[in-house]
Design a protein around this ligand. Structure first.
Ligand SMILES: Nc1ncnc2c1ncn2[C@@H]1O[C@H](COP(=O)(O)OP(=O)(O)OP(=O)(O)O)[C@@H](O)[C@H]1O
Length: 190
């Protein structure tokens, strides 16, 4: 059974039709890239899949008890804790064990408060929280905009590992070439 299935889904805002009769199956161990111009509906499709907004027509079916993660594109992290404390607190809420190996690989700046981290380091914190453990589905909205090439390799390796473990990753991106070494399905929303 698919983890999430869209059946004949349509969504418009006012006169602007974003999708009509869109059907996609999101299966375990698959990576889906959502590509398209600014405003083509990538974030909207992620939100539909997460039940954050309603479709106009069609059905979106979720397998029961899915463990999902979401990495938004724009986010403030107004926390005074250092990254390690913040991450440990988030993991306790998520009930996911710390993975020190993956944390070390990301090489996050642990010396500043989370609120004062550079953009790339904030993105690393969010990537860690999205990709640690073994979620069923990971939704990612433009997740790599601030990453250096070394971190990019670490993250792509982690994505490939999760895929091999059966995670489904649904990723909005303007840079599909970054994923050229992975087996992906691309959905063009233009
Ligand atoms: N709540 C809303 N009310 C009205 N229009 C909306 C709403 N949310 C999104 N839209 C419109 O829907 C269209 C698709 O937006 P969306 O954010 O999904 O695009 P996107 O493909 O993710 O764009 P980008 O590449 O710029 O991030 C845009 O024209 C946007 O203005």
């Amino acid at each position: 059974m698919s983890l999430i299935e869209l059946r004949e889904v349509s969504k418009s805002y006012g006169n602007k039709s974003l999708f009509q009769n869109l059907s996609i199956q999101f299966d375990p161990g698959t990576i889906h890239l959502l590509v398209g111009q600014n405003g083509s509906g990538k974030t909207t499709l992620l939100k539909l899949c997460m039940n954050r907004i309603q479709s106009d027509r069609g059905e979106i079916i979720h397998r029961k008890s899915l463990k999902c993660r979401y990495m938004p594109d724009l986010v403030e992290l107004p926390y005074a804790d250092r990254p390690y404390t913040f991450i440990a607190w988030m993991l306790s809420i998520m009930r996911v064990p710390m993975d020190l190996g993956f944390l070390a690989e990301l090489d996050i700046d642990m010396s500043s408060e989370v609120a004062n981290l550079s953009k790339g380091n904030k993105q690393k914190v969010l990537l860690y929280l999205s990709l640690v453990g073994q979620p069923d589905v990971v939704f990612m909205d433009e997740p790599f905009t601030a990453l250096d090439s070394k971190t990019m390799k670490v993250v792509l390796k982690r994505i490939a590992t999760l895929q091999s473990l059966g995670t489904c990753l649904i990723i909005s991106t303007h840079e599909p070439k970054l994923f050229s070494k992975l087996v992906v399905t691309t959905h063009a929303l233009d």
